[in-house]
Ligand binder design. Structure first.
Ligand code: IPE
Ligand code: IPE
Ligand code: MG
Length: 245
């Protein structure tokens, strides 16, 4: 079935988050190096970015590198960082052509200087774009983010800028790296793994989870549209009964 034309434009997820997984297994299956899998994965990135922009999804967040991924072999980490720089250089045109703003979340200070500089440059150059926000989660871990939030709030209460009684869910939201983004409506993970791997724990509290066996380098926009189509078939109850909706 062709999915795109069956998507209801009135019920689009406001925020899609993707765990781009399976590059290594894709490469292994063809007897290639893991790095080739990562390179092929960049094509899938372009597909989902353009695919979302095309149907007016407003926020797309891609898990590109986790805090735990620093524990991979040095050479693989280096390849991933090099690929980040080359992709940013290459894809700035895609972002500008599609009126997309780039954003980044995570412990960006841990990135190599070159990657940080390139990232900042693309963020600056696309800052005024309005059609869609593309957020890259880089050196990102949800627990690290929550610790950062707790420290900031603690600091404010200590300095009497905030009363403990005033702390609400909104306070937490506003201190997250994603403070400018709505909650995640749809989380997609490729490669068949069914776990969250420290991604946006707070923001995904009520997200619909979608797992597909497709390996990330093979993921195309029709796969994205299938996920959105299936998301739209679900009943999101948010704790209520079906009859109340
Ligand atoms: C996802 O693919 C890319 C990153 C985590 C950076 P993997 O590299 O995790 O691929 P698999 O899971 O080993 O197949
Ligand atoms: C999650 O994938 C991180 C990214 C996609 C960037 P991993 O491949 O690192 O996750 P685990 O370790 O298998 O859970
Ligand atoms: Mg993996």
């Amino acid at each position: 079935m062709e999915y795109k034309s069956h998507i209801n434009k009135e019920n689009l997820p406001q925020h899609i988050a993707i765990i781009m997984d399976g590059n290594g297994r894709w490469a292994k299956k063809q007897g290639l190096l893991r790095s080739v899998g990562h390179e092929k994965g960049t094509k899938a990135v372009r597909e989902v970015v353009e695919g979302c922009a095309e149907i007016d999804v407003k926020n797309l967040t891609l898990y590109a590198f986790s805090t735990e991924n620093w524990n991979r072999p040095k050479l693989e980490v280096k390849t991933l960082m090099r690929l980040l720089v080359s992709s940013l250089k290459k894809e700035i045109k895609t972002l500008l052509d599609n009126n997309i703003k780039l954003n980044a979340i995570g412990c960006l200070d841990n990135l190599p200087t070159k990657a940080r500089k390139e990232l900042q440059e693309v963020i600056d150059k696309t800052a005024h774009n309005k059609h869609m926000t593309l957020t890259l989660a880089l050196s990102y871990g949800s627990r690290e983010e929550l610790v950062h939030v707790i420290k900031e709030i603690a600091e404010k209460t200590k300095n009497n800028h905030l009363d403990i009684e005033e702390i609400t869910e909104k306070t937490v939201d506003s201190h997250l790296y994603t403070s400018d983004l709505p909650d995640v409506d749809l989380m997609i993970r490729t490669s068949g793994e069914q776990r969250i791997s420290n991604f946006l724990l707070w923001q995904m509290a009520y997200a619909e989870l979608y797992f597909t066996p497709v390996l990330w380098p093979d993921f195309r926009r029709e796969d994205l549209y299938e996920a959105i189509f299936k998301y739209q078939k679900r009943e999101r109850r948010f704790g209520k009964t079906s009859e109340q909706l």
